[in-house]
Design a protein around this ligand. Sequence first.
Ligand SMILES: Cc1ncc(COP(=O)(O)O)c(C=O)c1O
Length: 395
Amino acid sequence: MNTDRIRQEIPLTQEVIYLDNASTSLSPQPVIDAMLEYETHYRANVGRGVHRLSQIAGQLYWDSHETVNRFIGGEGGTSVFVRNCTEAINMVSHGLTFRPGDEIITTVTDHHSNLLPWYVLREKGINVNVISPAANPMAGITAEDISSAITKNTRLVAVSHASNVLGTIHPVKEIAKIAHDHDTLFLVDGAQSVPHLKTDVRDIGCDYLCFSGHKMLGPTGTGVLWMAEDSLEPLLLGGGMIDEVTTDGYQVSSGYSKYEAGTPNVAGALGLRAAVKYLNSIGMSDIEAHEYVLTGQLLSGLSGIEGVSIIGPPEGENRIGVVSFMIEGLHPHEVAHILDDQYSIIVRSGHHCCMPLMQHLGLPDGTVRASLYLYNTKEEIQTLIESVKEIVEGV
Ligand SMILES: Cc1ncc(COP(=O)(O)O)c(C=O)c1O
């Protein structure tokens, strides 16, 4: 993998050590060029006209969906473009019909975006069971955790593929089997997995996969809801999503259009298409291997520093490059501030939109979190380790 070339295409990598990729990633020049090209040369609405600009934009917009669908092995299913992973999950919670007494299982390791859209259904008499890892809380959710919680009333299991705090990878394939053996739908929150791990929805066997385009080199304001069948009720109604409208009613169209009422984020979609092509040109297995090495280096470096504790699985375990840690005697925000101010290292601190997990772990102030991507280097990781050492020595 030619990290130097990638870094040349992302100018910010020359200015800071960017380690907040779990929050959002940086976009390489080809992604920005794709959006600029649309704005400059064929800016038009899509699916709404026969003129030449609309034809070009419409064709590329359609191809963006196809490109994303192929990227996750989702041919035959539908990839809908949304603003972010949060919107995708909300579309599912809104679009399914639940009855009082139905049950939804999610987990304490999940992001607020995979909790609140389910919590709101409690008002309608739906039982939302937020389960915790029975074994080691740092090791994430296991298939046994799901199988011991699932009941005949469970309608949906919603679990993240990878934790944005612990870095754990959850056994989604096994969970899908358990869910389907119980005639239960399975939603995977792929916000932290799709950008980093080769993903195949058919292999996983999920019904819904939600993820963020902006965490995988794509523009902000992009996300995807993939569904095996387009049977959800659409969240929005209006232009662009119908086959016919009369004074009496309307007939919605099928496929992604059904879920994309109104003028979509065309530039964002074309940027996301370019991002997927970029990731494909490098190869997801090479990206995964690169990040695995850097993650090992970071975990081994940080765990060797007295006063630093890692919140998550140790080096060598099946995990992603999200590394949460604490420095004894310092608030996580203080650490993040010093890293930025004195070392130009960008990390996130706090609860990472996972307050229930922080309560479960007994970490009211949250953690410091360094999260990697394909453009990070061994030198950058070493700088982070050395900087943390200096901060610890100064406490
Ligand atoms: C696991 C997980 N799920 C959902 C989200 C929400 O993503 P978005 O901000 O794109 O809606 C995030 C964002 O950090 C996440 O890490």
